[in-house]
Write a protein that binds this ligand. Structure first.
Ligand code: ZN
Length: 495
């Protein structure tokens, strides 16, 4: 292998020798002239990468053993490998017409292609004039760094990040009927690799750029018509901000769409258990399924009477509904809040009070036990195969992640419910807790599980048998929903 390498080296060395007519380098940036080594006896002119690094005063990393060079140009990396017909610039592959050649520990590349690629990507400040065999380094550095596109309800905002403040007359925009919107900045030089990586969205479908003599042209291909456009340069951030306004009719429709998505207009009330599943049963024979159905109906009546929100009951009579079907119903009805109402049970008959749960891995043994008890409802489901992922720690973390976007809101709803119940009831406030409840999994909306009290506590059971006590609970939950809706819609208006 080594002998072969030496042999190849001799062949190369013999057939290509370093030219007597190097490329002239005119550095207008530093007002100096220099020369760049090239190879002779090649069909196209090859120039030295190491010499280019020297001329550009950039860092180079060499691994001659593996016949590789890496050129560091600002934050960009240009990887060159001998024997291959491509360059890799920041992980993007560029084709060159003939393979890179290694001679005397240096790699040589076809000059015209190399400079064209560098100019188009990471070095817009150089240009190669073939006729004069001259490389010109223009006295500018990037002053346009990147572009950010943001979609808003009524249009799209394009932010062009620049490093200097341009004069107003140096910036111009133009909307062509062919669907392209042009921004021309005189004296601008863009970091094209960054620009071409911009994520497009909203009205902007595609971005292209042209580094012209003395100016930069950015072109934005628009997905749809625009109502109007405007731009300004932010004095502080130096961004050029272009606003592309969506057609009025479209933006009104979009505002409505967004609003209806967020507006709390449908409340899903879930009475726990039902039918063959009684839930917890108290000493005096009070069944959880009966208490919670009555409470839920009282909450629903308050909402229907006093607001124009829709109320969806997962059950409004004594029937058995599988847990998975309850969140499915909630999602299908476009629910904006899901409240599952239950009554508690505990081996300790002294335990009493109310608490609200969030779907999260259980923290305390008590919470885990309660979740286990409520989850046991699935034993009444005949065909539950594959309906429930085992609520292992991992499964629960996944389910929790899917809900994390609603978690903050679920927390505030739970807090609000506890707060209102505390004002209404004399029972102890056991606070907001967390555990893994099947019934909450899969709800695409803020969701909580409320335990109104302990049927296993004879005193609390007695209270829960009375209509007044149930109405108090309903009043509190109703007020919590109203407060939650208010605060949520206030945040929306702010945002
Ligand atoms: Zn229950």
């Amino acid at each position: 292998m080594k002998i072969l390498r030496i042999f190849l080296f001799i062949i190369f060395f013999y057939s290509f020798s370093i030219s007597a007519s190097p490329i002239k380098v005119v550095n207008q940036l530093e007002n100096t002239e220099d020369e760049l080594k090239v190879l002779d006896n090649t069909s196209v002119v090859y120039c030295s990468v190491k010499d280019l690094a020297r001329v550009l005063s950039t860092t180079i990393y060499e691994n001659i053993e593996r016949e590789k060079l890496v050129l560091y140009l600002g934050e960009h990396r240009v990887k060159i490998s001998a024997g291959t017909s491509f360059l890799v610039i920041d992980d993007i592959v560029y084709q060159i017409p003939s393979p890179a050649i290694i001679v005397e520990g240096d790699i040589y590349l076809p000059t015209t292609a190399l400079f064209q690629i560098l100019h188009d990507t990471v070095l817009p400040t150089i240009s190669y004039i073939v006729e004069n065999n001259e490389l010109v380094i223009i006295p500018t550095e990037y002053n346009v760094q990147s572009i950010q596109v943001d979609e808003k309800v009524n249009g799209t905002i394009v932010r062009v990040k620049t490093l200097k403040k341009f004069k107003k007359r140096e910036i111009s925009v133009f909307l062509h009927k062919n669907g392209w919107f042009y921004l021309t900045i005189q004296g601008a030089v863009a970091d094209s690799n960054n620009i071409l990586k911009t994520d497009t969205r909203g009205i902007v479908k595609k971005i292209s750029m042209d580094q012209l003599e003395g100016s930069l042209q950015l072109a934005f291909f628009l997905r749809s018509d625009i109502e109007r456009h405007e731009f300004y340069q932010n004095k502080k951030t130096k961004e050029i901000v272009i606003t592309l306004w969506a057609p009025l009719s479209k933006s009104v429709a979009r505002i409505k769409e967004v609003k209806s998505q967020w507006e709390i207009d449908t409340i899903v009330l879930d009475a726990g258990h039902g039918g063959k599943d009684p839930g917890t049963v108290g000493k005096y024979g009070t069944k959880e399924k009966t208490v919670v159905l009555d409470v839920v109906k009282r909450i629903g009546r308050l909402l229907t009477k006093n607001t124009n929100m829709n109320v969806v009951y997962t059950r409004d009579e004594d029937v058995f509904i599988p847990l998975w079907q309850r969140t499915k119903m909630a999602n299908e009805n476009n629910g904006k809040i899901f409240i599952s109402v239950h009554a508690n049970g505990n081996r300790n008959r002294k335990a009493h009070g109310f608490e609200t749960y969030l779907l999260r891995p259980g923290k305390t043994q008590d919470a885990i036990d309660i979740a286990a008890e409520e989850n046991a409802a699935i034993k009444y489901e005949e065909s539950r195969n594959g309906k429930y992922e085992e609520l292992t720690h991992e499964g629960l973390i996944l389910a929790t992640m899917a809900q994390s976007m609603f978690m903050k809101e679920s927390e505030s709803l739970a807090g609000q419910i506890q707060h209102e119940l505390n004002k209404e009831l004399k029972s102890p406030n056991r606070g907001v807790k967390q555990a893994g409840f099947y019934v909450l999994i899969g709800a695409s909306m803020p969701n909580v599980l409320l335990e109104v009290g302990f049927l296993t506590n004879p005193d609390e059971e007695k209270k829960l048998r009375t209509a007044e006590y149930r109405q108090k609970i309903a009043n509190a939950v109703y007020r919590a929903i109203i407060e939650f809706k208010k605060s949520r819609e206030f945040v929306m208006a702010e945002g």
